[in-house]
Design a binder for this molecule. Structure first.
Ligand SMILES: C[S@@+](CC[C@H](N)C(=O)[O-])C[C@H]1O[C@@H](n2cnc3c(N)ncnc32)[C@H](O)[C@@H]1O
Length: 238
């Protein structure tokens, strides 16, 4: 009996076929496929959906964790404050907020049904101290002046239209209420690009245009080797 041929996966052969040396797709087609995959992944970070969204949610929960916790620390919630997180993704920030002060109430809004499910699962041990719902920053389902603070990490760069969304945040904050925004330089933009290291130049004028006062911004190194921007602002009291 002749021995069975070994079945082996040889990535180098696949790659050379795909790249064209075996009469395959050709380098341009491979580049296009690569770009399409990267674009799809970026779309998932911007709006996680389906199976890919579940995967991306798990990735974000790991790679953004230390930045998200840092931004929650910057917010410094106290007492029985009512805090809203916008664009919570997998819900790491909601958990960090709920743990940051034992009596605060945490609300969350995110347009991704997939992330709402993931965040509900992640926060269920907090009972009704944490509540999440589907929605966008452009239309917040809270009455005027009812929230003490609003937080968003790697989400404000996706808000459309941005100034109007920030004005909506201002509306739901009480006078003197705080806004804290965190954005990694690699955070994905609606067009698939990334925020970059000068994102403050476009964001800060929008925060001021929306009516916020005391606008401050600082860059610092982030855990993954990049940079993270933190913006703080308040709703004027007068
Ligand atoms: C890159 S993820 C960031 C998730 C999480 N905050 C973090 O830092 O790991 C962006 C999140 O913002 C949400 N998002 C996208 N557009 C939004 C909008 N217009 N308003 C509020 N959230 C939005 C997405 O669904 C997604 O969950």
């Amino acid at each position: 009996m002749s021995p069975r041929p070994a079945v082996r996966c040889r990535p180098s052969r696949w790659w050379s076929w795909a790249a064209g040396s075996g009469g395959g797709l050709g380098p341009v087609a491979v580049q296009l496929l690569w770009d399409a995959a990267a674009m799809d992944l970026n779309r998932q970070f911007a709006m996680p959906q389906g199976l890919g969204g579940r995967f991306v949610g798990r990735v974000m929960a790991v790679i953004n964790r230390s930045q998200v916790r840092h931004v929650v620390g910057e917010l410094a919630a106290v007492g029985d404050e009512h805090v809203l997180e916008i664009g919570f993704g997998p819900g790491v920030g909601l958990v960090a907020l709920a743990r940051s002060a034992p009596r605060i109430r945490v609300a969350g809004v995110d347009p991704s049904a997939q992330m709402v499910v993931a965040a509900r699962r992640r926060t269920r041990s907090f009972g009704d101290r944490v509540s999440v719902r589907e929605g966008t920053a452009a239309a917040l389902d809270w009455a005027d002046g009812t929230l003490d603070a609003v937080l968003a990490t790697n989400s404000v760069q996706l808000w459309q239209p941005r100034v109007e969304s920030l004005a909506e945040v201002l509306r739901v904050l009480r006078p003197g209420g705080r806004l804290v925004l965190g954005v990694l330089d690699r955070a994905v933009l609606p067009d698939g690009g990334s925020a970059g290291r000068q994102f403050d130049l476009s964001l800060l004028p929008d925060v001021r245009a929306a009516g916020f006062a005391g606008v401050e911004a600082a860059w610092r190194p982030s855990a993954g080797g990049g940079r993270e921007l933190v913006v703080r602002a308040v709703r004027p009291s007068g």
